[in-house]
Design a protein around this ligand. Structure first.
Ligand code: ME8
Length: 545
């Protein structure tokens, strides 16, 4: 395993619509983890973009009366605008209609066929376009045709069988297809899971995957005869007029970006992927189909899959027809990208379904970023400017045993330096375990303590007495150092604002040094805060209307 690189991916998104706030969740998580890995010294590759060869997109283009390629070009640039608008720091973009991807998928199809893993079969099944997946009777639910409400049992003529996620009737298909011999990979997969006990995070989801595989696997179709758009199966060895099933094509995007990167050069050193981020809806494809397909094609398998849960808006599934779609770029322009990141990543666990609430998002931002962090930075800057400009510790304050009462919850033998080192060791572990919520929670609770400390000591009063100026300076230094440490932990979440905070605190070139992987050095460095001027507030409060 190459320890110096980190290859992270988001799902590639369907282009029948523009990414909404739900999609932005996966990309913001990926972005935060990628930024952490970068400052932590890894060479990061971060790929994302669009899954184009889907029937949904074709249907949408038809609805709009557009030719498919102009439609896809338009959607690809709209998707890109969303990720750029949210300042997602991807390194690789992939469209599945690109020639490089078509070449790779065709190459892989030939390899899998040669290995005997692909065979022909005429079959009859049901297909849900919403999921782009084949369905069996057991996968469907029954709803009343008139009310649309779910019923326990079907009633002839009155109910219909629909996909539980899309509430639409699947298409009935009978055609000659090529099948991938997934059933032959059951033992291989179970053995792989045993040897890689952290392959899927969280464990509960992994247990479900393992149980599913243990029940026995069925082969799945990897081609469509009736589709006219998509990657053609290479002829020979395959028949003419068959295109690859969208999932067989889409999953290989992760390999394409390594084998044929943006400049179409070989970037193989990044393969295998270190982390795939996927919603719980597509875990089956990633944790079961994908390793088997890779094994068949002769590639190494990815290290880990992080499964994220879903959120609703106003208690409802996000959907255009319900009118609750939130555009993440408009939302962050209205408030701020930091508000969006903070709310999405701090209010709910990645492994929990939840409901998005705009007011709650503003409350969280005001409490944590505007008050807790922003006000404190402001206080230190304003007070320091009154007297010294340069804040450095008069004594070796960081190595002294803590004797301020507010810190009584830490051992009296603890000095500030070890408090910070301990804090950052935890932060690192949480980043490695993708526990982003805990990093935010603990950072803001650390800042809460600091605010309490400031309120108790009242440096703004002390500063008035000449005899207490030395002590005031130590207190301000302590607060500034504390802010610096929390800033290092929070940088991957709010890179622009934290960089601004470092500048306000008189710490030159910190963002630059972080981007040059100097995190470790910065954590243990003894700083001098050369506070030079009063700036605008770091975070302005937002009024709730
Ligand atoms: O499935 N809450 O693309 P897709 C949280 N093209 N996450 C959400 C969400 C919500 N309400 N809605 C969507 C596809 N997501 C395939 C992927 S990968 C080889 C192919 C996120 O456009 C979540 O991560 O339907 C989900 O898995 C992804 O968007 C699905 O995006």
């Amino acid at each position: 395993m190459n320890e110096d690189k980190f290859f992270i991916t988001t799902p590639i998104y369907y282009t029948n619509g523009i990414p909404h706030i739900g999609h932005s969740y996966s990309s913001i998580i990926a972005d935060t983890i990628a930024r952490y890995q970068k400052i932590n010294g890894k060479k990061v590759k971060f790929s994302t973009w669009v899954d184009e060869n889907s029937q949904k997109a074709i249907q949408k283009a038809e609805e709009l009366g557009m030719e498919i390629m102009p439609y896809l070009d338009m959607m690809a640039s709209k998707h890109k605008a969303v990720w750029d608008g949210l300042n997602i720091e991807y390194t690789d973009f992939i469209r599945t209609t690109e020639q490089r991807h078509r070449d790779l998928v065709q190459k892989v199809l030939k390899i899998c066929r040669k290995r005997g893993d692909i065979y022909e079969w005429v079959y009859e099944w049901m297909y849900c376009i919403g999921c782009e997946a084949f369905k069996k009777d057991d996968d469907l639910i029954h709803i009343d045709k008139e009310t649309g409400l779910k019923v326990e049992r079907p009633v002839s003529g009155k109910t219909k069988a629909v996909c539980p996620d899309h509430l639409t009737e699947p298409q009935k298909i009978k055609e000659k297809n090529y099948f991938f011999r997934l059933s032959a990979y059951q033992d291989f997969l179970l053995d792989f899971y045993t040897k890689n006990p952290e392959f899927v995070v969280p464990q509960d989801r992994f247990n479900e995957v393992i149980a599913f595989v243990k029940r026995g696997l069925e082969d799945f179709s990897i081609s469509r005869e009736t589709n006219t758009f998509g990657i053609p199966l290479p002829h020979p060895p395959f028949d003419e007029n068959q295109v690859a099933y969208v999932w067989f094509d889409a999953l290989f995007n992760y390999v394409t970006v390594c084998k044929e990167n943006q400049e179409w050069k070989d970037d193989s050193k990044f393969w295998p992927a270190d982390l795939h981020i996927v919603g719980k809806d597509i875990i089956k494809f990633h944790a079961i189909y994908w390793p088997a397909m890779l094994k068949s094609a002769g590639y190494e398998l990815p290290h880990q899959i992080l499964t994220t849960w879903f959120f609703t808006v106003n208690g409802q599934k996000i959907s255009k027809s319900l009118g609750n779609v939130i555009d993440p770029v408009e939302f962050s322009e209205k408030y701020s990208k930091d508000l969006l990141t903070l709310y999405l990543l701090s209010s709910f666990n990645i492994w929990q379904d939840w409901d998005f609430d705009e007011k709650q998002a503003i409350f969280t931002y005001n409490a944590k970023l505007a008050n807790n962090l922003g006000n404190l930075v402001n206080r230190v800057v304003v007070l320091s400017l009154k007297l010294w400009w340069i804040l450095k510790s008069s004594k070796d304050i960081l190595n002294q045993v803590v004797n301020f009462p507010i810190w009584s919850e830490w051992s009296v033998t603890t000095n500030l330096k070890s408090v910070f080192i301990n804090f950052y060791n935890n932060v690192k572990e949480w980043y490695e375990n993708y526990n982003l919520k805990l990093i935010l929670d603990e950072s803001f609770s650390f800042l809460d303590k600091l605010n309490k400390f400031a309120d108790e000591k009242q440096p703004w009063q002390m500063i008035k007495y000449e005899s207490k100026q030395e002590e005031t300076r130590d207190i301000l230094f302590t607060i500034a150092e504390w802010l610096r440490q929390v800033g290092l932990a929070l940088y991957p979440f709010f890179p622009e604002k934290i960089a601004e905070m470092f500048v306000k605190l008189g710490l030159e070139k910190y963002a630059e040094r972080l981007e040059k992987w100097e995190l470790e050095k910065l954590i243990s460095e003894k700083p001098t805060f050369e506070i030079k001027e009063k700036w605008e507030n770091l975070f302005n409060r937002i009024e709730i209307l």
